[in-house]
Design a protein around this ligand. Sequence first.
Ligand SMILES: CC(=O)N[C@H]1[C@@H](OP(=O)(O)OP(=O)(O)OC[C@H]2O[C@@H](n3ccc(=O)[nH]c3=O)[C@H](O)[C@@H]2O)O[C@H](CO)[C@@H](O)[C@@H]1O
Ligand SMILES: C=C(OP(=O)(O)O)C(=O)O
Length: 422
Amino acid sequence: MDQIVIRGGRPLQGVIPISGAKNSALKLMAAALLTDGPLVLSRMPRLADVRFLGQLLARLGVEVEEQAGARLRLHARDLNEPFAPYDLVRKMRASFNVLGPLIARQGRARVSLPGGCAIGARPVNLHLMALEALGAEIELSEGYVNARAPKGLTGAHIVFPMVSVGATEHAMLAAVLARGQSVLEHCAREPEIADLAGCLNAMGAKITGAGTDTITIEGVERLNGADWTVTPDRIETGTYAIAAAAAGGRVRLEGVVPDHNHALWDLLGRAGVEIALGADHVDIARSGPLRAVDMQTEPFPGFPTDVQAQYMALMTQADGASVIRETIFENRFMHAPELARLGARIDVRGNEAIVRGPVKLKGAQVMATDLRASVSLVIAALAAEGETVVSRIYHLDRGFERLEDKLSACGADIARRSEETA
Ligand SMILES: CC(=O)N[C@H]1[C@@H](OP(=O)(O)OP(=O)(O)OC[C@H]2O[C@@H](n3ccc(=O)[nH]c3=O)[C@H](O)[C@@H]2O)O[C@H](CO)[C@@H](O)[C@@H]1O
Ligand SMILES: C=C(OP(=O)(O)O)C(=O)O
């Protein structure tokens, strides 16, 4: 198994190109199931999650072809048995979103309950509620969802009782081929949802309101293929912005949508980080001391839960105590004890973590526990003195494309090695 070795204490200096968003790319891939035409996705991140979902789609009968220039061509000309087995679905959350498209296109499906980062219970009741409202008959047995819609799906008025990114996307992915109009209320407003709606509309769907809390969909009989470019990864953007703030130096993040990260820019500014927003780039610099600033995760446009761990690593370097409140997932502080191995002072009480800084972090052996937790350890290691070894980095490979290359191009001392050679 691979490890990442970081020798900290070097400021970052340079340009980091931002990849396409994992959390968008995966749902766009599921959309390919809705048409017998080819869907060509550009700016696809090369990630383990994309590979896994590609394997699942291939099993479902989709032709999956990686093309030059970070493009992926998906062609669901004919589909096989609509069966998504445990082994291919358990590795990540987004794979569950094949269920709706399979029901919409084939009238039935059997899909394993999903996996994903172990950051809470993460039920799928809202996904199933939406699919049932659209006319699917659903039964759970032996860890699988068995769904049927013998008469096809029908538009519905769905009011989500809580904001869910995955359930909003799932409802959209099914309602586009339903008969009649669907109105979805209390929707998630994340940029990935607008990206999915944009792609579905390019395929011939009729969706309005994506990015607001009410989405209206006029069902169409069929969708066609399309070309679509994945939106930039705002979580990767936030991660490298925080890395630069933690290590110090000056970094340009290139190929981003600065508007997707306002909550972060606001907090970093208050913490003493210099931020200059361009049209499609952001410059981040930090030379002076950092101030502690409280933070609470919220659905978009609030501060993203997927950047909470990274922010916690940064606050270990800030002057004072900061309170970090996690409101989206009930078990997303697993990085706190790992950060403590490097010397961080963090008290976790329920859904709050109190971080006291600044501490002089020292390199240590740490373990990645989930995707964003892993990268928070890398950030802390960049700010630490001495060598840090991060193991179980398969979590990192799920969501960060060429992490070591991007950071070492900015002067970080970071390398991958296999445990056998360690
Ligand atoms: C692949 C992907 O895009 N993952 C992202 C997606 O996850 P995901 O779509 O799983 O997150 P949700 O927005 O659905 O989850 C929000 C909250 O709703 C709860 N919930 C969700 C669905 C449901 O049926 N019932 C229910 O109770 C969850 O347990 C959680 O407490 O959005 C999260 C919140 O921005 C991000 O952290 C994840 O990176
Ligand atoms: C939680 C994440 O992914 P998943 O939803 O696939 O677990 C993430 O991207 O941070």
